[in-house]
Design a protein around this ligand. Sequence first.
Ligand code: FAD
Ligand code: NAP
Length: 251
Amino acid sequence: MAELKPAWIEGKVAANTHRTQNLFSLQIEADVAPFEAGQYTSLALDIDGERVAQSYSILSAPGERPLEFFFYTQLDGKLSARLSALQVGDSVLIQQLPEGAFTLNNVPPGNDLWLLATGTGVAPFLSLLKTPQVWQRFEHIILVYAVRQWDDIAYSELIDTLKKDYPDRFRFVPFVSREKVDDTIHGHIPASITNGTIERVAGRVLSLNDSQIMLCGNPGMVQDALAALEQKGFSRSIDGKTGQITLEAYW
Ligand SMILES: Cc1cc2nc3c(=O)[nH]c(=O)nc-3n(C[C@H](O)[C@H](O)[C@H](O)COP(=O)(O)OP(=O)(O)OC[C@H]3O[C@@H](n4cnc5c(N)ncnc54)[C@H](O)[C@@H]3O)c2cc1C
Ligand SMILES: NC(=O)c1ccc[n+]([C@@H]2O[C@H](COP(=O)([O-])OP(=O)(O)OC[C@H]3O[C@@H](n4cnc5c(N)ncnc54)[C@H](OP(=O)(O)O)[C@@H]3O)[C@@H](O)[C@H]2O)c1
C-alpha cells in the first residue's frame, strides 16, 4: 500500500515578531483544517532542493486567524533559523491537517489543571487558555512557565489578561533558572514538585483526586517532572479517563 504523505499547503507569513535573540513568533495565513487547542502541525521549507519539516504547536485558539506559532531559534538547526528569517509575505509550507493527542479531550476530569511548561512549550497551553472549554471544565488553572532568563517570558500581555479575567481561578507561576528575579521561583520544576515549593507559591495542593497535570517542552523537564510526580503517587493518563498526567516532549 502507498505510504500516506502529509498534504502540504502554502501559507503566507503575516508577521514575524522577534522577542529575544533566540525567541520569535510567526503569524501565518493558511487554510488548515479545524484543530483542537494543544495540537501541532508541521512547517516546512524547501532548502537546497530538500524539503525540511518540523513539528510546531499551534499557539492560536481554534478558529483564530492568522495562525500563530512560537519558536526557539536553534542556530545550527536545519529549520528554525530559516523560519526566523522569514519576512511578511514570504511563503512557508504547512501541513494541512493538524494532529496530536495533547488536548483537553485526553485529560481526565478534575478540579485543578496544572499546566507545566519550559520555554516554547508554553504554546499549546496558551491556545488552551484562550478556549472557553478549559474554564468550563476546571475551577482552578495554574500556568507554570520555566525559562532561563526573565526576558524569555513571552506573551505576558495575554497572561496578565487571564490574571485580570480570572483573579480567583488563575495562577501564574514563573520559574527563572539563570538569574534571580523577584516573585519568581529560582530553579527547576521537578525539584519544586518534590520539595513542595510549587504548591506553596501557587496556593493550591497537588491532589491525586482533584488535580490534572499537563507537561510540555524540554524532554529533561518532562521526564524529571514525571518521575517527581510518580514519587507522589500520580500516574500518566493513557486512556483520558484515569491517571493525572498528560505530556508532550519537544525533542
Ligand atoms: C509535537 C512537537 C511540537 C513542537 N512544538 C514546537 C514549538 O511550538 N516551538 C518550537 O520552537 N519547537 C517546537 N518543537 C521542536 C521543533 O519540532 C524542532 O525540533 C526545533 O525547531 C528544532 O528544529 P531545527 O530543524 O531548527 O533543528 P534540528 O536540526 O532538528 O536540531 C538541532 C538540535 O536541536 C536539538 N533537537 C531537535 N530535535 C531533537 C530531537 N528530536 N531529539 C534530540 N535533540 C533534538 C538537538 O540539540 C539538535 O542537535 C516541537 C516538537 C514536537 C515533537
Ligand atoms: N525550545 C525548543 O523548542 C527547542 C527545540 C529543540 C532544541 N532545543 C534546545 O534547548 C535549548 C534552549 O531551549 P529553551 O531556551 O527553549 O529552553 P530550555 O533549555 O528548555 O530551558 C527552559 C527552562 O527549562 C529548564 N530545564 C532544562 N533542563 C531541565 C530539566 N531536566 N528539568 C527541569 N528543568 C529543566 C532550564 O533550566 P537551565 O537554565 O538550568 O537549563 C530553563 O529554566 C537549546 O540549546 C536547544 O538545543 C529547544
